[in-house]
Ligand binder design. Structure first.
Ligand code: ATP
Length: 303
């Protein structure tokens, strides 16, 4: 089984469904409210576990009810939470307003995630035992950098999702093997709106880049190789929340199994395309068997 370590965030998503988002000073009556376990780190951990990986999650939850639920959502997905600390204060929360057009606005309060400023005892060994370390930017940069450096020191592949977008320090890029921005993050990092140009510019700093392009699929670029586009399966999308995290988790598992990049990209695209046909974030992520079946059906349709 592919061992995957995730160093990242856990957030409780507090989602209010409203006809129209309130303007400053306005009060509106919403339609419904849901609390859903999320955070890019936890989402990628669940995606990788459902894809068949043996996953350890490194991070923190708060000493509150949300912390208990965030941990149990991970354990329910068979993610090892021994390195998920419980720290004083509130868990991370994301306050999300979704309007009738599907538009959303989000306030993220890092809470316990802000307490993860570096690695703790045992974390380096957990990273060293993994085939890949998945990183995002919802923890303090000092922790992300410490994780990337530990992975690099032990020859573990580092996969960085640069979200939320922000300038990346050179030492973090230098310890990154595979960068997976969406097209907006690729543009924010390079100032180039064309994804191919952006990917090629990013190759100055990292050896491999996958730019996710939503319904258009993914673009892969590597130093010294022809870029490759993998179209997404054509599906009826109903909720694309965490599509990118589903893709990254599945990709890491497939690469960890030694599958060639084009095959791994197609398999991860199948997983992501399944997730967008279902509501929710972690709830929408497919199992390995579901992805295998869908990927096989796609191959059949293409041949
Ligand atoms: P999110 O923030 O919702 O997690 P993202 O913005 O990080 O997503 P996207 O590029 O929108 O990432 O989507 C990630 C991947 O999910 C795409 O590369 C594609 O494989 C798949 N995907 C997204 N939307 C669709 C869709 N409408 N149909 C099929 N596949 C999709």
């Amino acid at each position: 089984m592919t061992a995957i370590a995730v160093l990242g965030s856990t957030n409780m998503d507090l989602v209010a469904y409203v006809p129209k988002a309130p303007r400053l000073g306005e009060t509106v009556t919403g339609r419904a409210f849901r609390t859903v376990p999320g955070g890019k780190g936890a989402n990628q951990a669940v995606a990788a576990a459902r894809a068949g990986g043996e996953v350890v999650m490194i991070g923190a939850v708060g000493a509150d009810e949300f912390g208990v639920r965030l941990r149990s959502a991970l354990t329910a997905a068979r993610v090892d939470t021994a390195a998920l600390r419980t720290v004083e204060g509130a868990s991370g929360t994301a306050h999300i307003t979704v309007d009738d057009e599907g538009g959303n606005s989000i306030i993220v309060i890092p809470g316990a995630n802000a307490a993860v400023t570096g690695l703790e005892a045992g974390d380096e060994a957990r990273i060293a035992a993994a085939g890949a370390l998945l990183l995002q930017l919802e923890l303090p940069l000092s922790a992300v950098l410490a994780g990337a450096r530990a992975a690099r020191a032990h020859g573990v592949r580092t996969v960085l999702t640069p979200a939320p977008a922000r300038p990346l320090p050179a030492d973090l890029l230098a310890a990154t093997d595979l960068l997976v921005p969406n097209e907006h993050e690729a543009a924010a990092l390079t100032g180039l709106t064309d994804p191919l140009q952006a990917a090629e510019a990013l190759l100055a700093d990292v050896p491999e880049v996958v730019v996710t392009l939503g319904a258009a699929g993914v673009l892969y670029a590597a130093r010294g190789r022809e870029p490759l586009t993998v179209p997404a399966p054509r599906v009826r999308a109903m909720d694309t929340t965490a599509a990118g995290d589903t893709f990254v988790g599945a990709l890491a598992v497939a690469l960890g199994e030694g599958r060639p990049m084009p095959e791994a990209l197609r398999w991860a695209s199948a997983a992501a395309a399944l997730s967008v046909q279902r509501p929710g974030a972690q709830d929408s992520m497919p199992t390995r068997a579901e992805t295998d079946a869908f990927a096989a059906a796609q191959r059949g349709a293409a041949s």
